[in-house]
Each structure stands twice: as structure tokens, then as C-alpha cells.
Design a binder for this molecule. Structure first.
Ligand code: ADP
Length: 595
């Protein structure tokens, strides 16, 4: 992944289309345009002020060597004006940097916020196609890259271009002969730099890739350290990492060799060029065709120009990377959201009649593999129904479709007699509650985690929900009670405790239709009993669809649907089904897929 990314990034041509992409991000600067424009003016002003410096410094030398001009002819006042220029330049730089920081910080916070909003409303199909790590890196490193681009890189590009163009014009005006001579020595250095530069860039990209590869090894093994250990593959991983590191070093050294060659060439060429220019300058000076001050100014300007040329290459590299970053961010913006995220006003409560009629479905990412092929079932309001089937039979898929996570299927799924697509998505989902197999709590207090089911719940409502979910007892056993922090950095709760918090949360949400995804791994007996009591409380008065793994649950339900090959194979109560010794259900129970 990292490998691909670096390659694609570096190839961005600086053409109109790509600048267009940067423009997509530029839009975020519009609210702060006044500050941005003032910053730009300061930037150009500062660049010109700095360019006056060598000119006046040259005059200082001229006055010292008795060649004063009509307007600058006193050493002290010239030196003073230099100090004034430096001071002004300092003040201007301060405001420029500060203004650009204000613009870029605010604009990038807007980019992040927009991106986050967008991500929240994107459909599950988007998340099937993207890895969280990749999305996180867009949120963090890509936006940070853009921030640097807008706060410093763009400013630098403009400053360097102004310095380069104005600097060249100035030296041609004050020292035409010497400048022409200098320009003629340049092509050699430029061509050499280009050739070396290309080779070095290629090599350093390769070593970056290799370094990324070796970090991936570390990342993977650390993430699955348990797997590494259980397969006793430490030695294998050690060898794999060692080999990769060796490749990193070999490539880095090859790059270093070219860089070293380049540096020594540049030193030679640069100083050689300087000797040539000095030689020619000395001749001009001796012939009286140029003053010492002009030579001094020339030297300063040349240093400025050289600095700009050296800097611009790097800066363009940064702009290219910024284009890559904008592209990746805008890509997300172009995805279509599943809802607009508006609060739906008319929240009608469903009666809870649920039907699947000849539903055919395959996941968009695996179009050739039908998961449901003509599934039909009907659940009356308030009924409790269990779905059983082998792993991979499509039980969770039924839930995904009911939640409207995937919208492209054949057949009909209806709630209260209407196709589910005809309801407003938010209102629809508010009517459905899920207690998942593996409950993940958010970092925060238990109270906040329960209130997630109804953000405006009162203290009493939260307590009542916890009570009904048989969670109050263990919550109160913590010294901080409801304020106990859970989640990654907080108290670690047992599976059963987390389940009960999820149940309390769903009781607060009070959905008409309930989906229970039973935990496959069994809880300890006491926990199981508590969870069951909590679930019984939760199921009261709701249509409940249970992805069942426990016989205890299944015996209690109104009807069992056995799913096989994407269809309902058998249905009925436990007793009826178990008596059919040739049936799938009987087989599943024997296999202890339900036990
Ligand atoms: P169950 O819940 O009964 O174990 P699932 O509904 O999870 O089964 O899966 C049914 C089939 O669909 C499986 O073959 C599974 O590999 C496939 N599947 C599940 N989720 C996805 C997905 N997001 N993309 C592609 N295939 C999937």
C-alpha cells in the first residue's frame, strides 16, 4: 500500500488538471481570503525588501572605495538603511507567517471536519472498499501535508520565484557583462544536476519503499504477535525482517554513493564556476568596467538566485505531494453519502411487521457469489424469531440488508407492508436496535455509553435502563459507579457486562424491531443468566430477530428459520424441527452449532 502510494504521488505532473485538484482544496481558503491576500502582499513586499539588501550593500562598498553615487553617499546612513530594511523585513515576515498560519490552521480544520462529516455518512459499501488505516492517514498525514503546503510551501514558491526573476533582472541591469558570462557557465551544472537528481530521486524512492516494506513487517507481526507466537514463527519473522533491513541498507548506500558523487561534483563545479566568475570579475574590475560595489552586489544576488534555484526543486516536489494528498481527500468527498444527515422530524414508530420476499443478494465486492437466493420469511409484530444456519450461511447478511447497509438486492424487504427503501433512512434506523455479538464500548464513562442510545436521556432514564438491563448491580460495585471510565483506556469489563451495557443502551433507544446477534463464545453461567434476563426485558413488546447460537434461546422463540444455500430450508418451532431427523436443524443441533 505504502509502496504504491509513494510511486503514484511522485509522478504527479504539474499540469493544469493537477493544479485543478489543488484548487479543490483551495476552496477551503476562500472564507479566509482577506488574511490570505494580505499575507501574500506581505510576502511579495518582504521578498523585494530583501532584494534591495545586496544593492545597498554594494553601494556601501562603493562609497568606502570612493565611488559614491548621488543618492547614497554616506557610510553610516547606508548602514543604517540596511538595518532599517532588515527590521522592516522582520516585521513583515512576522505578520506573513502568522497570517498564513491563521489561514492554514483554520482551513485545514475545516478540511478535517468536512472529511469526518463525510466519512460518517458514507455507506458501508465504502468501508468494504477502504481500510481504516488508509482513511486515518488521509485524515492525518494528508491534511497535515496540505497544511504545510498552504502555510509555508506556497509562500516559499512565490518568494523563490520573485527572488529568482527579480534577482536575474537586477544583475543583468547592474552588471550585464559579468551576468552574461555567468549564465553561460550555468547549463553544464544544470544538466549534471538534472541527471544526478533523477537518478538519486529514483533510488531514494526505492529505499523509501523498502523501508515502508520493512515497517509493514514490524506492524503486521506486532499486531498479530499472538499468531506469531502460537505458530512459533519468531525465527521466521526475524529472518524476514533481517532480509528486508539488509535490502534497505543496500539501497540506502547505493543512493548515498550517488549523492556523494553529486555533492563532490557540485562542490567542484560550483567553486570552479566561482573561480571563473571571480577571474572575469577581476578582469572587469581591473579594466574599470565595473565597480567593487557592483561586484559585491552581484555576489550577493548570485547567492540569492542560487538559493532559489536549489530551493524550487524541493518545493515543487512538495507541491506534487500536496496534489496527491488533495486528490486522495477529494476522492472521499466525491463519494455519495447514504443520507444527508438531517434530523428527521416525523419519527413514526413501526408496528414491527417484517417480511422478506424472494430476496436475492450478493455483496458488491463479490458479485459472482450469491449469498441470498430467494429468501422468504415473515415475522409478525411482537414475534420472536430465531435464524440458525452454518457459519457463512448468510445470517448476518440478512441483518445488513434489513439495516439498509446494502441497497442493491432483488425481491422485497418490507416493514409494516412498505418497502424499506421508502422510509427516511434515519427514521428507519431509529426504529431498529441491534445488540451485537461483540460489544465495543466507546472511551468514556458507563453513563455516556448507555446514553449513546438516546443522547438527551435524563439521569432517571439512564438508571432505569441500567436496572432493566440487570447492569445496575455491577455498575454500582465500581467505586465511581456510572462515572467509571470504560473503553480502551478505562476499566476492562467482561463480555457479559459489556453485553448488558449494550442492552441498556438499546432499551433507551426503544426500537420497534430488535436484532440480537448472540455471542458464539459462551459466557460464564452467571453472566449468561444475567444477560438472558436483560434480554428478556429488552425483547418485551418488540419484534425480535435473533441470530441464535444457544439452544436455550431457540427453545423460547415463536419460530425458527433454518437458512441454507441462501434460502429458508426449514421453519417451525424447536420441537417440530428437531423431530425431523433428516432435517438440517436436527443436523445443526447434533453438530452443536447450537447447543
Ligand atoms: P453468517 O452470518 O451466517 O456466518 P454472513 O452473512 O456473514 O454469514 O456471510 C455470508 C457469506 O457472505 C459468506 O460467504 C461471507 O464470506 C460473505 N460475506 C459476508 N460479508 C461480506 C462482505 N462485506 N463482502 C463480501 N462478502 C461477504
Amino acid at each position: 500500500m505504502a509502496k504504491e502510494k509513494i510511486k503514484v504521488e511522485e509522478k504527479r505532473a504539474l499540469n493544469k488538471e493537477n493544479f485543478g485538484k489543488l484548487y479543490g482544496i483551495f476552496k477551503y481558503l476562500i472564507p479566509y481570503k482577506t488574511k490570505f491576500v494580505i499575507g501574500l502582499v506581505f510576502l511579495v513586499l518582504g521578498s523585494f525588501l530583501l532584494l534591495a539588501f545586496p544593492f545597498i550593500a554594494g553601494k556601501l562598498i562603493d562609497v568606502a572605495s570612493g565611488e559614491g553615487s548621488w543618492f547614497l553617499n554616506d557610510i553610516n546612513s547606508i548602514a543604517l538603511s540596511l538595518v532599517v530594511i532588515l527590521f522592516l523585513q522582520g516585521v513583515i515576515s512576522f505578520f506573513r507567517v502568522y497570517l498564513f498560519a491563521q489561514v492554514s490552521e483554520n482551513a485545514m480544520a475545516d478540511v478535517r471536519f468536512d472529511l469526518y462529516k463525510k466519512l460518517l455518512f458514507l455507506p458501508i459499501t465504502f468501508y468494504d472498499r477502504h481500510r481504516t488505516g488508509d482513511l486515518m492517514s488521509r485524515m492525518s498525514s494528508d491534511v497535515t501535508l496540505l497544511q504545510t503546503t498552504f502555510s509555508t510551501t506556497l509562500a516559499e514558491v512565490i518568494r523563490q520565484i520573485v527572488t529568482l526573476v527579480a534577482g536575474i533582472i537586477i544583475i543583468f541591469v547592474i552588471t550585464p557583462a559579468l551576468s552574461t558570462f555567468m549564465i553561460m557557465t550555468l547549463p553544464l551544472i544544470i544538466i549534471a544536476a538534472m541527471i544526478f537528481g533523477k537518478k538519486i530521486r529514483g533510488l531514494s524512492r526505492q529505499s523509501q519503499d523498502e523501508l515502508a516494506n520493512s515497517s509493514t513487517i514490524v506492524e503486521e507481526t506486532l499486531q498479530s504477535i499472538l499468531a506469531v507466537k502460537s505458530f512459533t514463527n519468531e525465527l521466521f519473522e526475524k529472518a524476514r525482517y533481517h532480509k528486508s533491513l539488509k535490502r534497505v541498507v543496500a539501497l540506502a548506500l547505493k543512493t548515498a554513493a550517488f549523492r556523494a558523487g553529486f555533492i563532490s561534483f557540485i562542490i567542484f563545479a560550483l567553486f570552479g564556476g566561482m573561480v571563473a566568475i571571480l577571474w572575469y570579475g577581476a578582469l572587469l574590475l581591473q579594466r574599470g568596467e565595473m565597480t567593487l560595489g557592483d561586484l559585491t552586489s552581484f555576489a550577493f544576488y548570485t547567492a540569492f538566485i542560487g538559493g532559489s534555484i536549489a530551493g524550487i526543486g524541493d518545493l515543487f516536489g512538495q507541491v506534487q505531494r500536496a496534489i496527491g494528498a488533495s486528490e486522495r481527500i477529494l476522492e472521499i468527498h466525491d463519494e455519495s453519502s447514504e443520507t444527508e444527515g438531517t434530523e428527521s422530524q416525523d419519527l413514526e414508530r413501526f408496528k414491527g411487521d417484517l417480511s422478506f420476499n424472494e430476496v436475492e443478494f450478493q455483496y458488491p465486492s463479490r458479485k459472482d457469489m450469491p449469498v441470498l437466493s430467494g429468501l422468504t420469511m415473515h415475522i409478525e409484530p411482537g414475534e420472536k424469531v430465531a435464524i440458525v444456519g452454518k457459519s457463512g450461511a448468510g445470517k448476518s447478511t440478512i441483518v445488513h440488508l434489513l439495516m439498509r447497509l446494502y441497497n442493491e438486492f432483488n425481491g422485497h424487504i418490507k416493514v409494516d407492508g412498505q418497502d424499506i427503501q421508502s422510509y427516511d433512512l434515519s427514521a428507519f434506523r431509529k426504529n431498529i436496535g441491534i445488540v451485537p455479538q461483540e460489544v465495543i464500548l466507546f472511551g468514556g464513562s458507563i453513563r455516556e455509553n448507555i446514553a449513546y442510545g438516546k443522547p438527551n436521556a435524563t439521569q432517571e432514564e439512564i438508571d432505569a435502563a441500567a436496572q432493566k438491563a440487570h447492569a445496575l448491580e455491577f455498575i454500582n460495585s465500581f467505586p465511581e459507579g456510572m462515572d467509571t471510565i470504560v473503553g480502551e483506556r478505562g476499566v476492562k469489563l467482561s463480555g457479559g457486562q459489556r453485553q448488558r451495557i449494550a442492552i441498556a443502551r438499546t432499551i433507551l433507544k426503544d426500537p420497534a424491531i430488535l436484532i440480537l446477534d448472540e455471542a458464539t463464545s459462551s459466557l460464564d453461567a452467571e453472566s449468561e443468566q444475567q444477560v438472558q434476563l436483560a434480554l428478556n426485558e429488552l425483547m418485551k413488546g418488540r419484534t425480535t430477530l435473533i441470530i441464535a447460537h444457544r439452544l436455550a434461546t431457540i427453545k423460547e422463540v415463536d419460530r425458527i428459520y433454518v437458512i441454507e444455500n441462501g434460502k429458508i430450508k426449514e421453519s417451525g418451532a424447536h420441537k417440530e424441527l428437531i423431530d425431523n431427523v433428516k432435517g438440517t436443524y436436527h443436523h445443526l443441533v447434533n453438530l452443536q452449532l447450537v447447543n
